[in-house]
Ligand binder design. Structure first.
Ligand SMILES: Nc1ncnc2c1ncn2[C@@H]1O[C@H](COP(=O)(O)OP(=O)(O)OP(=O)(O)O)[C@@H](O)[C@H]1O
Ligand SMILES: [Mg+2]
Length: 253
């Protein structure tokens, strides 16, 4: 189980996260939605200590820390238990698909190279890119690069995979293959916390949808409830705007 309480992050004087409480059960698929600038990425980044939070308590398995007092060892433990999938893939350009997946196992987990490469090959099979093991990112499509990004997160065998808008940099033609891989992980009950604007993914896959605004969780619930009968006017307003644009895009002219 992963749990944060009272999570605060300030930039300058502004509380970008203003007291977030969130518990994630093992195997749970959570989608986070909300307007731009509302702290969604910051939430994910704080869970991984890519940003240093200003207050809060973080529990991941047997790690239980006051985030302001986390030692270097605590931070490394938190990072090992939370894998990150970035919007822009963040692959090493000078490493092959196989090496990109194996790198973290070698550097972070200190696995011998052979063992890490063997795991990377298994992962490449699972993500449907076995034939691209020796390809460099520049020769892969956006969709393939993001599947490698997800493969790298899978290899880490983290408690949770944090996805920050994994499809929003992709050309539309590659979105479905990446969502398809994420759905495969969801079926395997990989614990996931996903920031996305893909409402149909949220509706089909999420156990719980969280609506954030202004650094707070405004409302959360199962997708049927949150999309079907949102209680807070801010949630209704947001969904109205987002669903209007998505329907407009989906509707042939
Ligand atoms: N490193 C930083 N330094 C200063 N301000 C920052 C930093 N990172 C984020 N912010 C600010 O914090 C707020 C929340 O940003 P965040 O990226 O978490 O929002 P978001 O909900 O992910 O938005 P989007 O949907 O556009 O990705 C924004 O006002 C942003 O400008
Ligand atoms: Mg963001």
């Amino acid at each position: 189980m992963i749990k944060v309480t009272g999570l605060v992050k300030r930039f300058g004087g502004t509380a970008v996260l203003d007291g977030i409480d969130l518990a994630i059960e093992q195997g749970e698929i959570i989608v986070v939605i909300g307007p731009s600038g509302t702290g969604k990425s910051t939430l994910l980044r704080c869970l991984n200590f890519l940003e240093r939070p200003d207050a809060g308590r973080l529990i991941i398995g047997d790690l239980d820390v006051d985030v302001t007092r986390a030692s270097r060892a605590d931070i490394l433990t938190a990072r090992r238990r939370t894998a990150f999938v970035f919007q822009n893939y963040a692959l090493f350009a000078n490493k092959t698909a196989l090496q990109n997946i194996a790198e973290g196992l070698i550097v972070v987990n200190r696995w011998p190279k052979e063992k890490a490469h063997a795991r990377a090959r298994e992962i490449l099979e699972r993500i449907g890119l076995a034939d691209k093991a020796d390809a460099y990112p520049a020769s892969l499509s956006g969709g393939q690069q993001q599947r490698v990004g997800i493969g790298r997160a899978m290899a880490a065998q983290a408690e949770v995979i944090l996805f920050d808008e994994p499809t929003s940099s992709l050309d539309p033609e590659w979105v479905e293959e990446v969502l398809g891989l994420m759905k495969q992980l969801a079926r395997e009950r990989q614990t996931m916390l996903v920031v996305t604007h893909e409402m149909s993914f949220a509706r089909d896959v999420a156990d719980r949808v969280i609506f954030m605004e202004g650094g707070r969780i405004v409302e959360q619930g199962p997708p049927d409830q949150l999309f079907g009968s949102p209680q807070d006017p801010r949630t209704r307003d947001f969904l109205h705007k987002v669903l209007a644009t998505q329907v407009a895009i989906d509707t042939p002219t």
